[in-house]
Every structure is written in C-alpha cells, then in structure tokens.
Ligand binder design. Structure first.
Ligand SMILES: [Zn+2]
Ligand SMILES: [Zn+2]
Length: 161
C-alpha cells in the first residue's frame, strides 16, 4: 500500500543531514534480542521494521555503506549517516529486495508497533514482554511475522501491493 505522497513517512539521522522517505507500508515489525543486536546498538534489543528496498528514498545527506565482518565469518551490512554514524537501515545480502529499517529513526517513531519478539533466548532478564506478544527463542519464519503484521491491522490488505 502506498503511503500518502504529500507527507509520507520521513525519517533521518541524529545530526539531521541524512534524510529519507518511506513510500510504501512496511511488511512487518519486530523486536530482536539477539546478541548481535545488543552489541551493535549498545542496548538490550533492537527494533526492526522490514520494508521493501524500493520503498526507501534517500532525500538528503551523505550516507555511507558499512560492513562488519563478525567472528564466525558472518557479515553485517547497511547504511549509516556519513556524518554522525546513525544507522538508518541494514541489508540482508541473501534477500536484496528488503531492508531492515531502524524505526527509531522515523520522525513519527510511534507509527508502527512490533508484532513479535525474536531471539528471546538471549533476552535481558529485566525486559518484560507482554503476555499477548508472540515470542520466538531464535529466528522466526518470515511468513509468520508477515501474518502477525496483517493480523495487527497495520499491514496493507492482501492484493493491494
Ligand atoms: Zn547524521
Ligand atoms: Zn538481532
């Protein structure tokens, strides 16, 4: 589903130089408690808004691709502001058609709600997850996350895209 073109959903980095526009409704949103996300953010978890690659337009600023080679040979890639290093989104090399947007960079960061918590195996002991929230010890199948998104009423109606 296309987001209203007039104001759309815009976001940007901490210093304000890198700005982007999200032009289509996201595919799903979840919280990730994995160790990689904890270390990358320096926090307890990250939130991930899954969007189509074509739905993201960089409208100002200089972004710079980053690449982190993790122990064990895995690679993390994405885009951050060249000035302040705020991460705007991550890429998944095996699935180039989607991006993992950091929803906290949206101007209206309360616009989308997560529908599941992933990697609760490494969830910090003080984090309280609501009983109604679906949880996964590790990764979740994308089809299930997508279905939960539709059920939450945040997704576009089937066939609209
Ligand atoms: Zn910046
Ligand atoms: Zn994670």
């Amino acid at each position: 589903m296309q987001i209203e073109a007039s104001n759309g959903s815009e976001g940007g980095c901490l210093c304000g130089q890198a700005r982007y526009r999200l032009t289509m409704e996201p595919l799903t949103c979840y919280v990730c408690h994995c160790k990689d996300c904890q270390r990358r953010t320096g926090s307890a978890f990250s939130t991930a808004l899954i969007v189509k690659t074509e739905a993201l337009e960089l409208i100002s600023g200089t972004s710079s691709p980053y690449r982190a080679l993790l122990s064990g040979g895995r690679t993390k890639t994405g885009l951050h502001c060249a000035e302040c290093s705020t991460r705007l989104w991550g890429t998944i090399q095996s699935v180039p058609t989607i991006r993992v947007l950091q929803p906290g960079t949206l101007d209206d960061a309360s616009r989308y709600r997560p529908v599941a918590h992933l990697w609760t195996r490494s969830c910090q002991p003080w984090v309280v997850i609501p009983d109604y929230m679906p949880t996964y010890l590790e990764n979740a199948p994308f089809g299930e996350l997508s279905a939960l998104w539709q059920q939450s009423g945040q997704g576009s109606a089937p066939g609209v895209n």
